[in-house]
Structure formats: structure tokens, C-alpha cells
Design a protein around this ligand. Sequence first.
Ligand code: TXA
Ligand code: MG
Length: 311
Amino acid sequence: MTPRFAKHELQKAAELLRAGQVIAFPTETVYGLGADATNAQAVADIFAAKNRPSFNPLIVHVADLAAAQQIAEFDAAAGRLAQAFWPGPMSLVLPLKPQAGICDLVTAGLPSVAVRVPAHPLAQKLLRLTGRPVAAPSANPSGRISPTTADHVLEGLDGKIAGVVDGGPCDVGVESSIFGGTPLALLRPGGVSREAVEQVLGHPLAEQAADGGVTAPGQLRSHYAPDAGLRLNVTARGAVPHLGFGAGASDMTLSATGDLHEAAQNLFAMLRAMDRLARTAGTDHFTVAPVPMVGLGLAINDRLARAAAPR
Ligand code: TXA
Ligand code: MG
């Protein structure tokens, strides 16, 4: 029911976005569910399609730093991170410029806004053709596994959205890292590692944003949830299906060579596949091998912990 747009049909998708429709599109992290961030009705339709709690604010996507500066106040540290990591898998929570016209539903009424410049060439083109800031959460029903293909998007949202731009599988595979607060803190681990950001800043990130005003309500504990339960940090395959990492017997492996980039790329598609395996095997859970807590491993462990959290 929901049409799929090929890469040469971006103009159609942009026109629908400009007309206040909700369109899913690929980014290098996961597929986003986009709407014109200045159109309250369009943004409300994102929440409705996802069944998302309305207190959870959205990330605003723009094509470049100049467009981001129309929306948010950049201090020196934020400017340095933007120069170093945009376009790319990083979002910054910064003071909102009220005159930018971003609707309250996007920021959940907060005085701050999350902004991101995605690197995916189709996202870049779509944003330029649309010519508006595009609010976009991940294109999945709220609380479910994030989509890394157009098929995943349609599994959850077919008939509820005006279209999906098909750009094939996402390269990074986990959502953007979110940094914000004064001093800057890591609010959500993701595609840009904490280590890389600290290197650019020249000092460690704060443990928690000191200004207290910044919270990431998206840090709901249960998230990215398959139907089956997960048991984490299980080192060997037992009686139930096992999702491996590195050497060792498994039903499926995030990366046989222990490569974290490959593991992040595979994560959400394999959580879906393991869910199906568990169902076929008639078990109510599956097990997952330990993944090291370095680089992209932080984001992978964060998503696994949420997928395993009690619901
Ligand atoms: O990679 C990504 O970031 C993907 C793609 C589509 O760009 N988007 C994404 O959006 O993951 P979403 O809505 O699933 O996650 C947005 C996160 C939420 O945890 C939300 O609470 C946080 O960003 N957030 C948004 N605005 C915020 C704000 N003003 N202050 C604090 N956190 C904010
Ligand atoms: Mg999400």
C-alpha cells in the first residue's frame, strides 16, 4: 500500500514532504521517518504513525552546518564537533533558536533542539530538494527494532505513511551518537565513538550534562524490542538459538572476525532474524555473545541492553 521510491524518484518524495506528508528515507545509521519540522500537523502524523509517546522529542535533519546554524546556537565546542563529524552519524542537542519556526512537538517544548547532518547521499539530496528542516525519528513503531532496510520500514509501517525511499541497507546500522549539555556529555552512544569525540575536544566528555535541562527521554529502558526475550553475555551456544560475535559456534554471528563496524551493521537485521529463529524453535528467548565495550561496542551494548530490558 505504501509506495516505494527509487533513488531517481527523490523529487516525488520531496514534494510529498513539502506538502506535509510523512516519508521514510535512508540515512547512514537507520531509516528515518521524516516530516517538515515546521509543520505541526505533519510532525503530529509522525507520532501517530509510530505510536510514539509525545514527550519524546525528535532529531531535526538538515543538509549542512549552515542550515543547522539557522536552527540552533553553536558554541565553540559544538562547532568543532560539527566540523569534525558532519555530515555523519552524530546529533547535537543545542539551544533552540525560537525564530527558526521548529514546532513545539519536535522539541517536546524543550528550549533545546537535536540537530543532525546525515551523510547518506539520498538523505543529502532529499534534504536539499525539500528545502526545509526534516524531523525524523527511526522509522519503526515505537519501542520496536529500528529499520536498516526499506523492507524493515514496511514491516512496521505499511499503510501508515505516504512513502519510503529505498536506498538499500544502511552502512552504520545503529543510530547517531547524541551529545549535548554544558559541559558536553554523551546522551546516547551511537555511530560516532566517544573516544573520537574526546580526541577532537582534547578532553574527556562530562559524565552527565551539568545543566540538568537536557534529558533524553528517548532513553526509555525497554526499546528495540523483539518478541522473544534476550539473554546477554552468554559465551557459548546452549539449547536455545545463539547470536554470536567473534569465534565460536552460533546460529548467526554479528561478525565472525569480531569487527564492530560489521556487528553494528548487522545488529538490527539479526535481532529480527533471531526473533524468527526463536519462534520457529519454539523458545521464548535467545542468547547473545558478549560484545566489547569500546568504540561502536558502546552503542551495540546499549541497544542490546534495551532489547533485553523487562517490558
Ligand atoms: O541516527 C539517528 O539518530 C536516527 C536517524 C533517523 O537520524 N534518528 C533517531 O531518532 O534515532 P530517534 O527519535 O529514534 O531518537 C532521538 C533521540 C531520542 O532519544 C530523544 O529523546 C533525543 O534524541 N532527543 C531529541 N531531542 C532532544 C532534546 N532536545 N534534548 C534531549 N534529547 C533529545
Ligand atoms: Mg528510535
